[in-house]
Design a protein around this ligand. Structure first.
Ligand code: GYE
Length: 322
C-alpha cells in the first residue's frame, strides 16, 4: 500500500499518543538519563551501594552514566562537569567530603539539571543547590554505638580507654559518627578517647593505624570504636597479630553491618555493628522519576536502621542482603 502524507501524519500522532499512554515502554520518549558520581570502592558497604544503584537503574529503565571517583573530590567534580556537558536529565552523587561543592553545584543549577545527594551530604547553606538528600542519620549511628558501650560497661569501675578509627577526613559519616558517639559517652568521665585517627574507611588503613595504636598503648586499650566494619576487620587482624583476643581483650564496635561484620561476630571477634544500609538504589530511581515528572520530593529521606550485637549475628545472618 502507498502511504500518503496524511496517513503518515495520522500514524505518527497515533504512535505519540500511545507512547504517552504507555510510559516506560519502547514506544515512550527517550530514556531518562542519570549521571551518578560515586565516592569509590573503598569498602564492602560501597560495593553493595554501587550494585544497588546499578541494578535499580536497570530495573527502572533509567540510563545510568556511572563514574568512580576513587575517593577524590576532584574526580567527582570532573564527573559532574562532564554530566552537565552531556546534558543528563538528573545528576546524583555521594560527596566524598562535605565541603567545597558550591561552584560545581551552581553550574548544575545554571544548566537546570536537578541534583540528588545520596548517602553523604554537603555542608552548603544554600539548599536550593540540590533537590533532596537521601541516606542515613550518621549522628544517630554514632549515638547508637555510644549507647551500646555505656550499657555494656555500666558496671565497670575505673577508666575505659577507647581508641577510635575515623572514616575519611572531612566526610559526613566521619564527622557525624564521631559527634554522636562523643555526645553519649561524655556523660560519664570514665570514658576516655585516648587516640583517634583516620583509617580512610579501608581495611588496609584500619589495620595499619591499629598497629600503631597497639604499639603506643598496647594493653591500655579497652575499646575500639571504628567508623566502619572494614576498618574494624583490618584492626582485628592487627589485634590478633599482637597476640590479643579481639572482642575479649578489646571490645570492638563498628558501623555498617555488612556481611563481613556478621562473619566476624559469628567468629566471636567483633562485639557489635550498627546498621547503615547501602541499598539506596530503588529509592533513588523513584526520586529521579518523580523529579522528571515534576512531582514534589521530600528534602530529606532518612534510612531506617537498627543495631546488631554479636549475640544475634547467627540468627540474623541468613536475612542479610549486603
Ligand atoms: O559507612 C563506609 C563507606 O558513606 C555511609 O562510606 C558511607 C560510608 C560507610 O566507605 O563503609
Amino acid at each position: 500500500m502507498k502511504l500518503n502524507r496524511r496517513t503518515l501524519t495520522t500514524l505518527a500522532l497515533a504512535a505519540a499518543s500511545l507512547a504517552s499512554l504507555l510510559p516506560g515502554t519502547a514506544l515512550a520518549q527517550k530514556k531518562v538519563v542519570l549521571g551518578f558520581a560515586q565516592v569509590g570502592a573503598e569498602s564492602e558497604w560501597r560495593t553493595a551501594n554501587t550494585e544497588s544503584i546499578k541494578s535499580a537503574a536497570k530495573e527502572a529503565g533509567i540510563e545510568l552514566k556511572f563514574s568512580d571517583g576513587q575517593q577524590k573530590q576532584e574526580n567527582q567534580i570532573k564527573a559532574i562537569r562532564s554530566f552537565i556537558a552531556q546534558k543528563v536529565d538528573v545528576i546524583a552523587f555521594s560527596p566524598v567530603v562535605e565541603s567545597g561543592w558550591e561552584t560545581v553545584l551552581r553550574e548544575a543549577k545554571a544548566a537546570k539539571i536537578p541534583v540528588v545527594l545520596t548517602d553523604r551530604s554537603v555542608n552548603t547553606k544554600d539548599d536550593s543547590l540540590y533537590v533532596t538528600f537521601m541516606g542515613s542519620d550518621f549522628v544517630e549511628e554514632g549515638r547508637k554505638a555510644g549507647r551500646w558501650l555505656v550499657e555494656k560497661m555500666k558496671d565497670q569501675k575505673g577508666e575505659v580507654n577507647i581508641v577510635e578509627l575515623q572514616g575519611t577526613v572531612g566526610s559526613a559519616p566521619a564527622i557525624d559518627r564521631k559527634k554522636g558517639f562523643e555526645e553519649i559517652i561524655k556523660a560519664d568521665p570514665k570514658f576516655k578517647i585516648i587516640r583517634s585517627q583516620t583509617g580512610d574507611f579501608t581495611r588496609a588503613k584500619g589495620k595499619e593505624v591499629m598497629e600503631a595504636f597497639l604499639k603506643a598503648d598496647g594493653k591500655k586499650i579497652n575499646v575500639l570504636y571504628a567508623h566502619n566494619d572494614d576498618m574494624a576487620i583490618g584492626a582485628i587482624q592487627a589485634i590478633e597479630e599482637a597476640g590479643l583476643k579481639p572482642a575479649k581483650d578489646i571490645t570492638i564496635i563498628s558501623i555498617d553491618a555488612v556481611k563481613g561484620a556478621f562473619e566476624a561476630m559469628m567468629a566471636g571477634k567483633l562485639n557489635v555493628s550498627v546498621e547503615c544500609s547501602p541499598l539506596l538504589g530503588p529509592q533513588l530511581m523513584t526520586a529521579v522519576k518523580d523529579i522528571k515528572a515534576g512531582k514534589p520530593v521530600p528534602k530529606r529521606i532518612v534510612t531506617e536502621e537498627t543495631i546488631f550485637p554479636m549475640e544475634v549475628a547467627a540468627k540474623e545472618f541468613p536475612k542479610r542482603k549486603y
